[in-house]
Every structure is written in C-alpha cells, then in structure tokens.
Design a protein around this ligand. Structure first.
Ligand code: PHE
Ligand code: NA
Length: 450
C-alpha cells in the first residue's frame, strides 16, 4: 500500500523543484562558493567541485529523496520504519538524530548571518527613501558585528520570517513561499549578471572562474570542494529526505535530483559572474574574501556606481531570499518530527524549535563581540558550531545515508523508487552510493578530524 505523508504533499514536480532548489541555493552559493573559488585556484577548483557534485552530491541527493519518499515520515521515523522493514539495526535512526541536531545547530548561526542580509537589504531600501548611505562599509560592518542588540534584533526578525513560513505547513507555507521567492531570486540574479556584463569585466571574471590553474590543486582543494558539495546541496542532515517525503509518487527522482544539482551549480556560477566583475571593476582583491567580501567590498562598489542603491537592494535582497528559502528547510525536519510525536500542532512545533535555534544563535551573536575571545579548538563559538555541524555532522550523515540506501535497502524498493532509470545508470548509482561516495567522504572526514 502506498504511504502518504501526514504533513501534506508538494502539489507538483515543479513545487518540489522550487522547494529543493530553494533549500540548496543559499549563503553557500553566493558568498562561500565565489570565495572558495578565489582561494583554491579558480577554474581548477570549479572542475574538482563539479566532479564532487556529480560523483558524490547527486548520488547522495537521490538517496536522500528516495529514502524520504519511501518512508513518508520525518527522518527519525522514516529510518526507524525502513530499518524495521529491512531487518537492519534500529541504530540507523541515529542518522535522523544527526540530521535534527545538525539542523538546529546550523539554523542557529545561519539565522544570525541571515539577519545581516536582512539588515543590509533594509539599509538599501531605506536609502531609496532618503536614508543615509553606507559611507564607510568596513566600519559599518564592524559596527554591526560589535552591537549584540542590533544583531539579536535582525536574528530574531530572520527567525520570525522563517518560522512564519514553516508554521503554515507544506502547501500553504513552504510551497507558497518558494513559488514566488524562487522566480524573484532568479530574476534578481540575472539582473545582477546583466549589470556585471556592462562593467566590461565579465570576461576577466569568467577567466578567473573557468581557467584552471592546475598547480594550485592539492588535497586541500579536494577537501574544500567535497565539503562545499555537501553544504551547498543541503545534504547530510535529512533536509532533502524530509522534502522527499512530500514528493508525489510518479515524479522521477533521478531527473528531479539532477535538475536541483544543476540549478544549484548554475546559481553558484552565476553568482560568481555577478560578483567578480563588480569586484574586479572596483579594484578590490577577489581573494581572501570570506563574509567580509560581500558586506564590505560590494557596498563600496554600489556607492560608486550609478543606480548603486537599486543594485545594492537587489543584491542583498537576493542574498536574503536565498538564505530564507534555505532556513525554512533547516527548520522543517525537526518540526515534522515534533508533530509526529503527537500532541503538538505544527504551529507549536515550529515555534518551539525556532525558539530553541534562536536562543542557541545568541551564542553566535555574542561570539562576534562580547565573547569574541572565547576559543574552542582554535575557533570562536560561531566557528566551532559551524565546524561541528557543517564540517563533521553533514559529511558523517551523508556517509551513513549513502551506506544505508546502498547496502541496507532492498533492491526491489530501490528499483521501484528509481523507476525509469536505465539499468546501467542504476548500477552506476548503486556503486557510487555503496563505495565511491562513502570512501571519498571518509577521506574528507579524516582530513578534517586529523
Ligand atoms: N544549502 C544551503 C546553502 O547553500 C545551506 C543548507 C545546508 C541548507 C543544509 C539546508 C541544509 O546555503
Ligand atoms: Na547551495
């Protein structure tokens, strides 16, 4: 008998694509990817990264979606059901717990950074109505980070927007939000790339992104590329598994997964093509950017260009929307789990998880100012939470998901969920999740840990 999700379902294949792309496309594409490119040999990094996306990322993405659609419940319960069904140990449900905990940790700091994007979008919006320009962007950025109350306010605003969508449910909340936010995101991105083309530096930016400098390729490049593949595709914390639980039965998982992976990669490349021409045109060094590249360098450029306020609003609006559609996907798995435990309405479940993430986020807020001297394993508090969640828990979760889908699930289940995949591609996928992805991820994990 076909199972259904008690949380609701995406109304169409397109709805799922928009939601999953919304989850994937986030801060990871728009500031992290360009910065990693600039630090890791430009085009050579891009090629290695694309290899990781298609050899590890896409196979694991397919595994997550199919596990979700077969189980139709929140990650912990889906994995419990599937373990029971296959006779595998109940301990596999630990993957769901890794996912929920990683999601809570990631959302706690993601919302703080999301708050920055909201703050900047707001500053540019106000400039349209005669508000003060950002005269000294570096000083303005430091002032923001130094002010716990201001950070807490925007962190709260971002979290409220996130919980507002999740509380409304799959169809009325998530699907409705992404169906207008994602087209808006693509439109803003294209406008920005269009602007980049008019600076006369698009060619230089493209050369920087696509011309491989092989001398820069080393183990570190592979580690960075694989880690980015996980983070950028929202893999390893059961986000895509949860979204897969709401996917109608007749939709092709491999094709849809491929669309999401290509769209996410496309946005990362387009973001590079939007950002680097501006950076180069204003004589800013594109290397060594980090969070600062966008928040301190780009406003300089926006100050100097005609219609800069509009482009500033577009850029930070884009960044905010991208972060928002990702943050709702960070909150959804834990919310669905609480709802399934019973006696909790979706609204209460979403609100309590968001409250937990918000409180935890205060540690990240304070680590930027009052507690900036506190060091854990050589990182500040926010960096430490990021390390544990995105560099250890995501790859670990992804590794276990690949092994569970590849070795524990019955072949008949796999074939039914991947109907339409040619026998050769099915075999290829199966060995990628059984052996190739786990080994590559293990190598990265060992590299991070030792
Ligand atoms: N993929 C998102 C980004 O690139 C981050 C994310 C990770 C979202 C894990 C959900 C789950 O910003
Ligand atoms: Na991404």
């Amino acid at each position: 008998m076909e199972k259904t999700s008690i949380h609701g379902m995406w109304s169409s294949r397109l709805a799922f694509i928009l939601a999953a792309t919304g989850s994937a496309v986030g801060l990871g594409n728009i500031w992290r990817f360009p910065y990693l490119v600039s630090d890791n040999g430009g085009g050579a990094f891009v090629l290695v990264y694309m290899g990781c996306i298609f050899l590890v990322g896409l196979p694991v993405l397919i595994a997550e979606i199919l596990l979700g659609r077969h189980g139709r419940r929140s990650p912990v319960n889906t994995l419990l059901d599937l373990a029971r069904e296959t006779g595998a140990a109940k301990a596999w449900a630990g993957i769901g717990w890794i996912g929920i905990i990683a999601g809570v940790l990631i959302l706690s700091f993601y919302s703080v950074v999301g708050g920055w994007t909201l703050h900047y979008a707001w500053l540019y919006l106000m400039q349209l109505f005669g508000g003060a320009p950002i005269d000294d962007p570096a000083a303005a950025f430091s002032a923001l980070l130094a002010d716990p109350l201001e950070l807490t306010f925007w962190h709260a605003a971002f979290m409220l927007l996130t919980v507002g969508v999740v509380a409304l449910g799959v169809e009325k909340g998530l699907e409705r939000a992404v169906s207008f936010l994602m087209p808006a995101l693509f439109l803003m991105l294209l406008l920005l790339v269009g602007y980049g083309a008019t600076t006369g530096h698009l060619g230089q930016a493209a050369a920087f992104l696509f011309q491989p400098d092989w001398s820069k390729v080393n183990g570190g490049v592979f580690v960075a590329a694989l880690g980015q593949a996980f983070f950028t595709l929202s893999l390893g914390m059961c986000t895509m598994m949860t979204y897969g639980a709401y996917l109608p039965k007749d939709v092709s998982i491999p094709k849809t997964g491929a669309v999401v992976a290509v769209a996410d990669t496309g946005v990362a490349l387009l973001a590079g093509l939007a950002i680097f021409p501006i950076v180069i045109a204003f004589g800013i060094d594109p290397a060594g950017g980090g969070p600062g590249l966008i928040f301190t360098s780009l406003p300089l450029a926006f100050n100097a260009m005609s219609m800069g306020v509009i482009y500033g609003l577009l850029f930070f609006g884009l960044l905010f929307v991208a972060a928002w559609t990702s943050s709702i996907s960070l909150l959804e798995p834990a919310t669905a789990y609480l709802v399934e435990r019973g006696r909790t309405s979706r609204r209460t479940a979403a609100l309590s998880m968001a409250a937990l993430c918000w409180v935890l986020g205060l540690a990240s807020v304070l680590s930027l100012n009052v507690l900036s001297d506190v060091r854990i394993f050589d990182r500040d508090i926010m960096g430490f939470i990021e390390l544990v969640a995105s560099e250890i828990m995501l790859p670990l979760g992804g590794l276990l998901i690949a092994l569970f889908a590849g070795w524990a699930l019955k072949e008949s289940v796999l074939r039914e969920q991947l109907k339409g995949l040619s026998p050769a591609l099915f075999t290829l996928w199966r060995w990628l999740v059984r052996v190739v992805a786990p080994l590559l991820v293990l190598a990265v994990l060992l590299n991070v840990l030792f």
